[in-house]
Each structure stands twice: as structure tokens, then as C-alpha cells.
Write a protein that binds this ligand. Sequence first.
Ligand code: ADP
Ligand code: ASP
Ligand code: MG
Length: 413
Amino acid sequence: MGPVALLVQKFGGTSVGDPERMRAVAAHVARTVRDGNQVVVVISAMGKETDDLLRIAAEVSETRPGREMDMLVTAGERKAMALLCMAIADTGIEAESFTGSQAGFLTDSTYRNAKIVDVKPSRVVEALAAGRVAVVGGAQGVSPEANVTFLGRGGSDTTAVALAHALGADSCELYTDVTGVFTTDPRIVPNARKMEKISFDELLEMTANGCPKPAMRSVEFARTHGVDLHVRSAFTWETGTIVTKEDDTMEQAIVSAVVHDADEAKVTIGGVADRPGIAALMFRALADSNINVDLIVQNTSDHGVTDISFTVPHSELDAALAICEQHTADIGATRVKGDPAIARVSVVGAGMKSHPGVAATVFETLAANDINIEMIATSAIRVSCVVAEADVQRAVVALHDAFGLADGPVYVD
Ligand code: ADP
Ligand code: ASP
Ligand code: MG
């Protein structure tokens, strides 16, 4: 009898946070194998080890060369994968660990945030053929110069999806500490509901706007290559959320989720001359310095001058302000101001494409809660508002309630 299925199972840091959790994961892998499946595991560093490694590096060094940082942070996954193989061996099943390089993850040389160029998992295939479980260290690969590279924070999700694609796996299961993808962050809204199913497009909007799970790059990869995902719990093992392509038979929820992102800061350039080329000059200068500008708003001009505001990640605020100040004379600006205490709240739903009134309900809900909107942005399936950081949790709770998300989705007729 051939195998039932080829499964990629990825376990996040909390799922393998201590020896007991390691053994629980090993038992689950063993169960899956005994049911007749072939299993490839992708593992993250235990608990908060990646954070700890980054912290100690900051204490040891000011320069922190990229090559050495990647060698350091990938060590967390390397320890975890060996430990998991030992725990699996105790169940009587053979398992073999592989670094990203050994598993055939070829990347570029962008240390700290390397991109996957190709996946050639011949050693993983051999291990499976020999009846073993393959355990692959997440978030790592090897550069053309044969240096170890790190795929960036949350990179283990990307490892899992890319491996599932390269192996033609039947399913890519992302195990975590919640039971699936929720209608909003369950830490903020206790009655947030686990979704049974969500489309790639909606999940991509969620992850691009603050939902930490799964990592955005992994969702992009899954969408591009059509790798269905199953986000589920490594604690209760119950069925989680299926992420798949939207098809005609899938009912479209008007609003599926509310997400928020507190990692935002706002820059306002005031008194800018209202003539062609000003925005071009400013945003070219920001782009050339690799500043990730997100939401941009320009006011209607008044007497030939206007204000331009935009958001950047917190960590890029100081650099963005410095660049704007360098260019104030060129663009005729009178002032540059930074505000780190903002956050973005967004509602996402495929059904809003054909259902008017979602934006109006968002604005009414925020108004009823006395929350001021500083900026607004939309896509076909998202409405986002920038609000004061102090108001964002209240905004999430109010919007989740206003769209009745705890009770189940409202579908487009
Ligand atoms: P892992 O370590 O397993 O890769 P993370 O810790 O990065 O996972 O992310 C999981 C956490 O994301 C959960 O504990 C949950 O609190 C949080 N989270 C925030 N928003 C959501 C959401 N909409 N759905 C599911 N989880 C969410
Ligand atoms: N351990 C790494 C991190 O915490 C990679 C991952 O788990 O995805 O970002
Ligand atoms: Mg985590």
C-alpha cells in the first residue's frame, strides 16, 4: 500500500517551546506516520530563542555583520531540529534533521532577509524514500557564495510553503499556538471566531495589515503557487483554518476580519508647494534610502500650498524624518513632523467588492466611539483607518462587534 499522503508540518516557536512540547510534537508526527503518511517537518527555534539571539548580538556588537548575524540566528532552528529528531527516535520512528542548505534552499545573499531562489530537496526526498521523517530547519538557506542565510522573521512559514511546493506535498500544515486564523487577534477580542476557510487574497490583506500569522511572504508564495494551507493548533490538534483559492462556489463574506498594526508611524510635511514634481522628488529620495513608505495622503491645496502625510514602520521614522528635512528647501516645505503614536485598523472581506456601505459603517463605528480618523486608505477588499495608537484596541473591539464577526460571517446575497 502506498502512502496516504505527503504532508509538510511546520511547528512555530511556542509549539516546541520546552522538552514536554518537543515530545508532544514528536508524538503527533509519529501518529501521522503510523496512519500511513509521509511527513516532512519544518521547525522554528524553541520559544523566544530567536529574540534572545538577536538581543545578545546587540549586547556584544555594534556592527553586527550580516553574515555572522545569519549564522547566529539560524542556530536556533538547528538546535530545535536535532532535538525533535531525538524525540521522534524515542517513538521508534527514524528521523533525520537537515539545515536549510542540506535541504536544498538556495537563496540570494541578502543577509537577514534572504530570498529563496530555488529549492532542490533531493536529500529530503531520499530520507522519505528510506522511510524516515525529514526535519528541516526553518527560515534558512545557503547563498551562491556558500554562506548560511536567514530568510527573516517568520521565515519558517515560508520554508514550509516552499518545501510543500517543491515536493508536491498534499498539504502544508502550519501548527501554532491558536486553533487557526481568527476574525481578529484573539488576545484583544476574546470572542474572536476561528474561520473554517479563508481565501489567499483575504489572508494576504490581513497579513499585510498587521495579522502576524502566517508570515506574509509565505501567504504570497502560497497564493502564487497554489499551495493550500492548513493553519492549526499544536496544542489541541483540532482541525483549523483552510487557506485556499477563492472559487465561484465559495460564499463571499462582506467582512471576514478586523486586523491592526501598531508598528506604524506618521510623517507630515507641511506647507509644500502645490506643483508638479514635488511628490516625485520626495518619494524618490525616500525610496533611494530604502524607506518603506506605505499609506500616503495629500490634502487639497489652499493658496498654492498643501500638506503631505505618509506612514512608515516605526523603525524607519527617524531616517524618514532626516530625509524629509534634507529636502525641505527643494520642495518649499515649511515644516516636517513625526508622530510615532499612531496605528492602523483595517477591515478585510472579499464581499465588499460588490457590497456598498462597508466604509460608511467603519467610519460611523469609529465616530460612535469617539475615535478620530487621521488617514484613510482602501483596496478592493479592505478599508483601513489610521488612528491614535491609544485608540486602536478600542477600534478593533468596536469594529469586530459592528460587523457581527463573533456570530459568523454575513455573506453577499
Ligand atoms: P508561531 O510562533 O506559531 O509561528 P506567532 O507567535 O508568530 O506564531 O503568531 C501566532 C499568534 O498570532 C497567536 O498566538 C495569536 O495570538 C496571534 N494573532 C493575531 N491575530 C490573529 C488572527 N487574526 N488569527 C490568529 N492568530 C492571530
Ligand atoms: N525563529 C524565527 C523567528 O522567530 C523564524 C520563524 O520562526 O519563522 O522569526
Ligand atoms: Mg510565536
